[in-house]
Design a protein around this ligand. Structure first.
Ligand code: MN3
Length: 201
């Protein structure tokens, strides 16, 4: 069964002005679609046909002959999470178990936010910043290009795309402003908490 581009869980206008309709159309309909198309083409004959997306990501990461497959599978996984962890009128501080785990891991929400923004701003070139579960502990991490924490044995619960295609139309070169807007106005903490519960089982 071929991999498919998921619909956005909100209207294209829903995240404006923090992420414009134009950015979402290009980013979802063009960039993400291209990763899905390439993934479906490259998986043919790879020996990984029929595997779950997570299995394709982790198996192809270990095999340098499958670098193209890895990049596209990783980017498909990353974007599926990215769309889900945003919503209209999102952002601000989380509640519930997530708030407690963030306090335990970082000392406070503000310290987490600084670490997350620093990770995103300091990722040289294209990549991602993450909040991921490492064993039983939340960590902030960053990865280049299509890589993600799954390949390092961690489970991402929140991710932000810091490729230029994700913010350049709305923020030009001001990546730190985009990172701040994501945390203050876009994060769907209920979905992040759901991802956390899925990860801890
Ligand atoms: Mn992207």
């Amino acid at each position: 069964m071929a991999f498919e581009l998921p619909d956005l869980p909100y209207d294209y206008e829903a995240l404006a002005p923090y992420m414009s309709s134009q950015t979402l159309h290009l980013h979802h309909d063009k960039h993400h679609q291209t990763y899905v198309t390439n993934l479906n083409n490259l998986i043919e004959g790879s020996g990984l046909e029929g595997k779950s997306l997570e299995d394709v990501v982790t198996a192809s990461f270990k095999d340098s002959s499958k670098a193209g497959l890895f990049n596209n599978a990783g980017q498909h996984w990353n974007h599926c999470l990215f769309w889900k962890v945003m919503k209209k009128n999102g952002g601000g501080k989380p509640g519930g178990e997530l708030a407690k785990r963030i306090d335990d891991a970082f000392g406070s929400y503000d310290k987490f936010a600084e670490a997350f923004k620093t990770a995103g701003a300091s990722q040289f070139g294209s990549g991602w910043a993450w909040l991921a579960l490492d064993g039983d502990t939340l960590k902030v991490t960053k990865t280049p290009n299509g890589e993600n924490p799954l390949v390092h044995g961690m489970t991402p619960v929140l991710g932000i795309d810091v490729w230029e295609h994700s913010y350049y139309l709305d923020y030009q070169n001001r990546r730190p402003e985009y990172l701040a807007a994501f945390l203050n106005n876009l994060v769907n903490w209920e979905e992040v908490e759901a991802q956390l519960h899925k990860a801890v089982g």
